[in-house]
Design a protein around this ligand. Structure first.
Ligand code: UDP
Length: 328
């Protein structure tokens, strides 16, 4: 099988490239290296370029004979999307439509799309299933929902088959220690907490302690990167077997508060972690927890690394390996 991974030098994309290659697929990564790293692409061909560049996309897709495209290249920071929505609509929507047009033109009609729990907005149920109302409360969530809606129309009109995978909170690292989370600047909770543990940061700021949750801090469903990649693989198989377009919510179904994540990091690292409470971050819902029954039933998805401590442990190994701190 021959797969184009767009954004394959980023956090989730780089883990996906490794998994696809180890499964025997031919893989090409397209990445503009704005948020990604060339040395995170461990396998396959690499093309540096941007999905805004239609001529490049046409050349690549027409020459490539790809069976499918997996698309990971997007901006992902909720807070930033509130400050600078044009950046989010421009890349996450306009450039993604550009990619879809190039695919259609080249006759590549299978697409796996990185979507997000942020398309749902404030939860109306304890766990969020696929049929939950979609009322995103930030431009990031709206940008992803717009693409999901376009994909429904592209399926009906053009037969372009897609699977939208709505990640809750992607976390953890390659269990073999070769890859991990590496955003610059880093904004995600687990790597920041671990940087505070390793001494790369003086403390962790907790955004808001007055949410309507048991300890007042936000609750999220953290899902291991390897389990997410496995879901992509199963989604790809479903399209190759001729199944129709689908959308799935991917999480473990267990929510952990920011304080609980910090506690887990203290347990795993054996280090002190200084906490400072800060104001709420704009655009953050209080609680986001997945109901992934559909992915389990229809894709036979079984997360292997659901325990929070395992996830934090893999991320800690990566933090130690990439910044030479000593694990406790
Ligand atoms: N968070 C925090 N301090 C930080 C980074 C994040 O308290 O330095 C909180 C954030 O408000 C959210 C949770 O941790 O409630 C997870 O945030 P992250 O940015 O990791 O993922 P998101 O939920 O935005 O996808």
């Amino acid at each position: 099988m021959n797969i184009l991974v767009v954004g394959g030098a980023g956090y989730i994309g780089s883990h996906m490239v490794k998994q696809l290659a180890l499964t025997g697929c031919q893989v090409t990564t397209l990445d503009n290296l704005v948020g990604g790293f060339r040395d995170a692409v461990l396998h396959g061909a690499f093309v540096e370029g941007d999905i805004a560049d239609r001529a490049l996309l046409d050349r690549l897709l027409q020459a490539g004979r790809f069976d499918a495209v997996m698309h990971f290249a997007s901006h992902i920071q909720v807070g930033e999307s509130v400050q600078d929505p044009a950046k989010y609509y421009g890349n996450n929507v306009v450039n993604t439509l550009n990619l879809l047009e190039a695919m259609r033109h080249a006759g590549v009609m299978r697409f796996i799309f990185s979507s997000t729990a942020a398309i749902f907005g404030e939860p109306q149920t304890e766990r969020i299933a696929e049929d939950h109302p979609k009322q995103p409360i930030n431009p990031y969530g709206r940008s992803k929902l717009m693409v999901e809606q376009a994909l429904e129309d592209y399926d009906r009109a053009y037969g372009l088959r897609s699977v939208c995978l709505r990640y809750f909170n992607a976390a953890g690292a390659d269990p073999e220690g070769q890859l991990g989370e590496r955003h610059e600047p880093e904004t995600h909770l687990i790597p920041l907490v671990l940087q505070a543990a390793s001494g790369r940061r003086p403390h962790i700021s907790v955004f808001g302690q007055d949410y309507d949750t048991p300890d007042g801090t936000c609750i999220r469903d953290y899902v291991h990167i390897t389990d997410l990649c496995e879901a992509h693989w199963l989604a790809l198989q479903s399209l190759l077997h001729g199944e129709g377009s689908q959308a799935y919510n991917l999480g473990n179904g267990h929510g952990f508060s920011v304080n609980q994540v910090i506690e887990a990091a203290r347990r795993v690292t054996g280090r002190d972690i200084e906490v400072r409470y800060a104001p709420r971050r704009p655009g953050d819902p209080a609680r986001l927890v997945a109901d992934s029954t559909q992915a389990q039933r229809r894709l036979d998805w079984r997360p292997r690394y659901a325990a929070l401590d395992t996830l934090v442990e893999h991320a800690w190994r990566w933090e130690c390996r990439s910044h030479s701190c000593q694990p406790a």
